[in-house]
Design a protein around this ligand. Structure first.
Ligand code: ADP
Ligand code: MG
Length: 203
């Protein structure tokens, strides 16, 4: 079972890897966007860590809801409300249970992904974060490592796609040949589940 500490480690490990990879995320966004994805998420997750520390939420659902709310209020770019919705929706599904199963986490993330699709109107193949998140959620039943691999492949597979949503879509065919920054950060989020399961938070 996964408790609030697991979810705190997950978010902390995500923040650490966003910090490490911020330059790369921004470089990807400079190719097909406005070169702010790394700094957007760095700022967002730093604020999330501060608020988790201060408010000390006591359940998995409360950790995710608080993190999601903070991302929405801190990140100005498209990715803030989208990641915020992912985590808030997932948090809502988990409710105030003190511990949840991996299957419940998968179900909650599925609802979160549906929320991202409803908010942003993107579908699989549109070259967005969904192209990493959806395969990851599909693979979660086989464990965190399978989900990590699915997210990483999903992110790589955005390279030949033409963007149909978000800022990159303004480039039309010129968006082809670059990996999507949001799919890349989503693969960091999913990979952090493995770190959290190993007991670490990569601080
Ligand atoms: P902005 O595009 O406002 O500068 P960011 O650079 O932080 O915001 O995030 C860009 C990422 O957000 C994209 O790489 C893409 O993965 C994701 N994204 C943008 N629009 C959508 C959407 N409608 N649905 C899902 N993801 C999206
Ligand atoms: Mg951007």
């Amino acid at each position: 079972m996964l408790d609030a500490d697991f979810f705190r480690r997950w978010i902390t490990a995500t923040a650490a890897s966003v910090d490490r990879e911020a330059q790369r995320l921004t470089a990807l966004d400079s190719a097909i966007g406005d070169a702010d994805h790394g700094s957007n998420l760095q700022r967002g997750f730093a604020a999330v860590l501060a608020t988790l520390e201060k408010e000390a939420p006591q359940s998995p659902g409360a950790v995710l809801s608080l993190a999601g709310r903070q991302l929405i209020s801190t990140v100005g770019g498209a990715s803030g409300p989208l990641y915020g919705t992912l985590l808030r929706r997932a948090g809502k599904v988990l409710g105030d249970a003190p511990e949840v199963s991996e299957a419940q986490l998968a179900e909650a993330l599925r609802a979160g992904v549906d929320g991202v699709m409803a908010l942003g109107g993107a579908a699989p193949g549109d070259k967005t974060m969904l192209d990493a998140l959806i395969p990851a959620v599909d693979a979660l039943g086989e464990g965190f490592d399978a989900a990590r691999r699915a997210a990483e492949s999903g992110a790589v597979e955005t390279t030949p796609m033409q963007a149909r949503k978000g800022r990159a879509s303004y480039l039309g065919e010129r968006s082809i040949g670059h990996q999507d920054p949001g799919a890349t950060s989503s693969s960091l989020l999913i990979a952090a589940l493995v770190t959290a399961a190993e007991g670490g938070s990569d601080e």
